[in-house]
Design a binder for this molecule. Structure first.
Ligand code: FPP
Length: 253
């Protein structure tokens, strides 16, 4: 079970600590890093780290819902992850299918909408079809949005957006002078999502790895040494407390 919040009981709560300028984030994105190192430290195969990572996903979503966050975006598979050994790609695809099988009914009952960013059609047909079905089934839900980045890369997302706008210019339906940030944002996979407030990366690495590059323009960044499989409610609470103390100026004073 990942969520316990029902359709009727969704009451946003504030960040658990801090109370600084920024308050509570609406949209939190997470680079779930460190599964491999977690497994290695235990002399386990990498898949064991990913399995433990999937458990951390469940815990984190439960906590996010409890803390009143509206939308969580998870970097589950990047467009560069295809470089990993075939077996690991298969293992990650298997975990994704397992997650949908185990959680979809519950997600739907709890008014959770599943959204995908990236191009999941690159996955094997059964996995892609399961994702499509899960997205379609939960499309009308409005209690919480779980966004999973699958075969996602921010540069690819921007290139796709530029191609769409370029085609409109070529067709004579768009004047290049009208291309402003809002128009570009409207072409991105995240067009209908709340602005990104907080981006978390686990495992001590401090880079964005081609994740939400446009959307992170004014997001607060939070890096933790915790390996993803160890991430839990307390880890999220710490990130929210840090966010709560940030002063967000969006370029102003
Ligand atoms: C990075 O750790 C993690 C990934 C590439 C995959 C993330 C996938 C999951 C947490 C499991 C399933 C997700 C869902 C949404 C059900 P890494 O392997 O790069 O770790 P390392 O840097 O320590 O090797």
């Amino acid at each position: 079970m990942i969520f316990s919040r029902s359709r009727a009981s969704r009451v946003p709560v504030s960040a658990p600590a801090g109370g600084g300028e920024a308050g509570a984030p609406r949209h939190v994105a997470i680079i779930m890093d460190g599964n491999g190192r977690w497994a290695k430290a235990r002399h386990l195969p990498r898949i064991a780290g990913h399995r433990a990572g999937a458990e951390a996903v469940r815990r984190t979503l439960r906590a996010a819902s409890k803390f009143g966050i509206e939308c969580v975006t998870l970097y589950a598979f990047s467009s560069e992850n295809w470089k990993r050994p075939e077996q690991e790609v298969a293992d990650l695809t298997g975990l994704m299918k397992q997650f949908i099988r185990a959680e979809l009914d519950e997600m739907h009952r709890n008014n959770i909408r599943l959204r995908i960013i990236g191009d999941h059609r690159a996955f094997e047909p059964e996995a892609a079809a399961m994702v499509d079905a899960a997205v379609a089934r939960t499309a009308g839900n409005d209690g919480f949005t779980l966004v999973v980045a699958l075969n996602y890369g921010a540069q690819d997302e921007l290139a796709r957006a530029m191609r769409t706008l370029g085609a409109q210019v070529k067709a004579g339906t768009l004047d290049p002078a009208e291309i402003r940030p809002e128009l570009i944002a409207a072409q991105l996979d995240t067009a209908d999502l709340p602005p990104l407030d907080l981006l978390i990366r686990s495992s001590g690495e401090q880079r964005l790895s081609n994740f939400l590059l446009w959307q992170a323009a004014y997001a607060e960044l939070y890096f933790t040494e915790t390996l993803w499989p160890d991430f839990d409610e307390a880890s999220l609470a710490e990130a929210l407390a840090s966010f709560g103390q940030r002063e967000r100026r969006f370029g102003g004073l």
